[in-house]
Ligand binder design. Structure first.
Ligand SMILES: CC(C)(COP(=O)(O)OP(=O)(O)OC[C@H]1O[C@@H](n2cnc3c(N)ncnc32)[C@H](O)[C@@H]1OP(=O)(O)O)[C@@H](O)C(=O)NCCC(=O)NCCS
Length: 245
């Protein structure tokens, strides 16, 4: 029993260090001990593993006390009731908040200042569900019981209050997809400022076409076909003007 606990604890430590190594280039020069002692994202998750276990065992006070202590040391607040899958990496960490009913899948990356929070005072499921392989940029706020599809990226400082499609990139406030499956999303306001419509030119062209049509009809009625009729586009004739000069 104790052996099992020790081996699971060491396994957990190793997996958190491996997640940091896999996603933070700054770990290249660092030993595992250095990562363990100075990477707040790793420490916060070890504290979460303990607080979550105590929470599930129904122990009073201690889970929240562990979570509080971890927040004081790391600046990362993870509620003991949150459900977190393997491979989570929290880079830098400070200011990260993970609410009680948050669910996080596998291999998710969070940067500093990310909030996985609720929108108000409602009870029940009120925090986001993050699927596998999602990356959430620094300062992003994801609010409410929304679903973030697998492989999605949320841009730094986005405010996301609606579901995020899988394999999409969402940015801005309110967060909106700018890429889905690697393709640019073209919905939304037309940002082509070069080819703006010219309503005056359009009106003149339309009037000109109407006048030509009327002239043609008058010429047909009067039996006096005009030489201009051969030119459907009404281009001005080239060469010397018949008016002389
Ligand atoms: C969103 C992000 C993940 C890039 O994803 P991507 O799929 O590679 O998307 P792109 O870089 O091609 O950007 C797509 C569009 O969104 C815009 N964009 C990217 N990030 C944005 C952001 N945070 N806020 C607003 N717009 C953003 C880009 O300018 C681009 O616009 P365009 O299509 O008009 O050119 C990245 O920009 C980001 O914010 N990463 C977070 C990194 C971070 O927090 N680092 C902290 C390290 S300490």
């Amino acid at each position: 029993m104790a052996d099992d606990l020790i081996s699971r604890t060491f396994g957990g430590v190793r997996s958190h260090i491996a997640a940091a190594r896999g996603r933070d280039p700054a770990t290249a020069e660092a030993s595992s001990l250095e990562i363990l002692l100075t990477w707040p994202g790793v420490q916060a998750q070890l504290a979460y593993r303990l607080s979550n276990r105590l929470h599930r065992a129904g122990v009073p006070l201690l889970p929240l006390a562990v979570s509080y202590l971890s927040r004081v040391i790391t600046g990362i607040e993870i509620h003991p009731g949150a459900k977190i899958g393997p491979g989570l990496f929290i880079d830098h960490g400070s200011g990260v908040v993970i609410g009680e009913t948050t669910e996080i899948g596998e291999n998710v990356t969070l940067y500093q200042g990310v909030t996985l929070g609720g929108t108000g005072f409602q009870a029940g499921k009120r925090h986001p569900t993050i699927e596998d392989n999602v990356t959430i940029g620094s300062g992003a706020k994801l609010l409410g019981p929304i679903q973030v599809g697998h492989g999605a990226k949320v841009g730094a400082n986005s405010v996301v209050v609606e579901d995020v499609p899988p394999r999409s990139t969402v940015v801005g406030n309110p967060g909106h997809p700018v890429r889905v499956e690697g393709r640019k999303v073209t919905d939304g306001p037309d940002a082509d400022w070069i080819h703006l419509p010219d309503p005056l030119q359009d009106a003149v062209k339309s009037l000109s076409a109407r006048i030509k049509e009327l002239e043609k009809q008058v010429a047909e009625l009067s039996g006096d076909p005009r030489p201009d009729d051969d030119d459907p586009h009404g281009e001005p004739k080239k060469g010397r003007s018949s008016a002389g000069g």
